[in-house]
Design a protein around this ligand. Sequence first.
Ligand code: F6P
Length: 522
Amino acid sequence: MPTLPPTLNRCLEWHEFSDAARQAVNNEGLRCIQAAGLTIDLSGQRDSLTLRDTATALLHTRDFPTQRARLFAGEAVNNTEERAAWHSALRAPAPITEVATERSRMNEFIRKADLERRWRNIVHIGIGGSDWGIRLSLSAFGYRQCWRTVRFLANIDGHALESALSGLDPHDTLIVVASKSFTTSETLQNAARACEWLGSAGVPHPKNNVVAITAKPDVAERWGVPRHHIFPFWDWVGGRFSIWSSVSLTTALSVSSDVVAGMQAGAAAMDQHFIEAPIEHNAPIQMALAGIINRSVLGYGSLNISPYDSRLSNLVPYIQQLDMESLGKSVDKYGRPIEVPTGPAVWGMAGTDAQHTFYQWLHQGSDGAPVDFIVCQHADHGWDEHHKLLLANCLAQRQALMQGKSYEQALAGCLAEGRDQDRAHALAHHRVHAGGRPNTLIVLPKLSPFALGALLALYEHKIFTQAIIWGLNPFDQWGVEYGKVLANDITRDLSADHIDCAHYDASTAHWLQSFNQHNKNP
Ligand code: F6P
């Protein structure tokens, strides 16, 4: 049995790093990094010369440079599934042959469909990584010039199925089934209903209106999708990285292939930055270090994502899956417990809506959370005053989180508003802001495909770097399997004549029987 590297808590460099983090402050000085056209402002995160030195030592003791090289070389960095995590190969400027071949197959399909003005409607059926990235790219770029109607169908909920199909002409509707495994029950059930919908409308060969994007082309063919309508990708593409694969067919059909290519180019530029930039000027690494400090040293339980652009509302669930499905683990890659808190809960909402939803908690809650603000310097609309107010709100919320408001400042404010001394003293306590709450500001010049691609890769590499420091495998997701297995028995028992409640807890047994009875006597 080879000697395993020490767990994080047994690394002297970890303790030196975390001590330096506790003593550092959210410096007021400007600390920005330029990366692939983005500006990442880390002024709201802890910083000190000692922290920088100990961070470098920590990264080296965690073998970061070697692991990063293995990632980009397509080595089996996903040790529990013995696979590579080579999504960077999908966006390489000079792609490997199999990637180039599949990319040109997809582009030919799109060119032909556009030439024939075919498939006015698209129903994209997929879930998780087979869905969020496409929703994000369409909400980012497809809200104006899309001649095709695109509906998304992810949830098994029949209401989702009905709203996805309602009002579409089946004869001019393409069903895109996106599923890496081609076993996800929601996706296969929804796809089967969509085919029935086509058939019942008189479409002669429903499966001819279906394309499948999957890492299991043989399974898709057995399911009935014509071979020339199957766009395979590879096992070394994790589900949550599918956006870089032919899963983006729907984006290319509805917005344009240029958008897909632009996003791939932006991600490739961030790849290069991540590979080449020295640690102190490496945006993903510095965001990762801030994330480790906030989570494992300062104890913040979550990370808030506040994109100040309504076209980026789907960025929140996208990063939720990317981060939480990668870092939501508590054992390292060798199965040993990790003795420090790992992956945070990721949540958020587009600003300024977020200000009217949970910013009270962020400013004055007992815990608060680090915030990633994301904003575009230039808008793609002509409402200049609106954009000015959007930028002002983003910067103001950030300033309030950083500098806070002291009791004395609050008291002065209350008195200035004309309140008497007693009233002002009483109210001032309620208007104190702790301040010093960490944040990162990411500025995109404008929301271009290149900038969005770079942003997504920035988060991918930040998450990878955090995984290396924590010592966990960010590329598997065993935690999502257990619930699926339990669902099989429960699905069976919901319509069984007899339910063996012995292996259910009291509550599950109660509701199983109740729903079972209701199904029989609605
Ligand atoms: O949530 C588990 C998961 O496997 C995700 O990683 C994946 O993106 C999603 O389900 C859908 O999987 P598939 O693309 O294989 O249908």
